[in-house]
Design a protein around this ligand. Structure first.
Ligand code: ADP
Length: 161
């Protein structure tokens, strides 16, 4: 069985992530969405909230699981003996960072391969950071995130009537 790790913060899951996950499932039998737990970085959604939102969106899909990790991605990959990592690429600015990260990870673990999927035509402008900003300022994000995430964002901004 071919399995890939899809690491990220997912704070929260957007339709951009969903698109990458769905397309990764065409290439791999199983995808482990792996949420980076970084206690030094403050997030809007707790680790548990991020896990349950992703599980809710992909409920019933046994080809996807959600796990968490802290520290280096390469150590997580080695512990699972899974050496395919999915990443999404948006604009040129993503490329620069992702290029460095992939090269560093390969230096740390030569077996590790990073597979990049180009962002979708309806999701290229989406980032968790921007979606959070818009939602917390009362903007409409229903076309940018799954329904459960939209509700969770409304709850955070105290605007759920
Ligand atoms: P973000 O960069 O939005 O805060 P993450 O750290 O959770 O999100 O990102 C995890 C991975 O998903 C990264 O490889 C990132 O480039 C990718 N990704 C995030 N949003 C999109 C999008 N709209 N289209 C394609 N890839 C994306």
């Amino acid at each position: 069985m071919k399995t890939a790790i899809y690491p990220g913060s997912f704070d929260p899951l957007t339709n951009g992530h969903v698109d990458i996950i769905e397309r990764s499932l065409k290439l791999f039998d199983h995808v482990i969405v792996s949420i980076l737990h970084n206690s030094a970085k403050s997030t809007l959604f707790s680790l548990d909230e991020r896990i349950s939102l992703i599980k809710e969106v992909f409920k019933g899909n046994s080809r996807l699981s959600v796990e968490t990790f802290d520290g280096l991605l390469v150590n997580f990959a080695k512990s699972k003996q899974i050496f395919s990592v999915m990443r999404g690429l948006r604009a040129a600015s993503d490329f620069e960072y992702e290029f460095q990260l992939a090269a560093m990870n390969r230096r740390l673990c030569p077996d590790l391969e990073t597979v990049f999927l180009m962002t979708g035509k309806d999701t290229f402008f989406l980032s968790s950071r921007l979606v959070k900003e818009v939602a917390l300022l009362g903007g409409e994000v229903s076309s940018m995130v799954p329904k459960v995430v939209e509700i969770a964002l409304k709850n955070k901004s105290g605007k759920n009537k």
